[in-house]
Ligand binder design. Sequence first.
Ligand code: 4NP
Length: 146
Amino acid sequence: MVCLGNICRSPLAEGIMKTKAAQAGLNWHIDSAGTGHWHAGELPDRRSIAVARQNGIDITDQRARQFIPEDLERFDLILAMDTRNHADILRHATTEAQRQKVRLMLDYSHPGAARSVPDPYYDDNGFQHVFELLDEACEQVLIQYQ
Ligand code: 4NP
């Protein structure tokens, strides 16, 4: 799960996907990262922690890290939160196999729409909406790959 800062959207995506995978009894390794380095080492944004908690998910064990090109080898699937993250990740891909792993998160819930998860960093009221978009997309990821 990759966004820009790895403090708002992708930590929620990681928490939601981990919860769904655990409930389905799947042994998936799920992680998140940011294309930017500014927040590395930090807890998720307090507003993401709050909205996750309101929905029964604890994400306070997470710490932000920057995306590294090796992630394209270590993971089978790289889910970008928005079209900019998608393009930034693709710049690191060196093989067609790596390029195929990079997908836009909301393509799973809104196929072909090239829809982005809106960046809620400057919008205190955007976090529940982001949670719902990610929950819907993660449910489709689960259905597709479980
Ligand atoms: P995220 O949100 O990419 O969903 O973690 C952001 C967090 C921090 C910044 C931008 C977006 N920032 O500019 O510091």
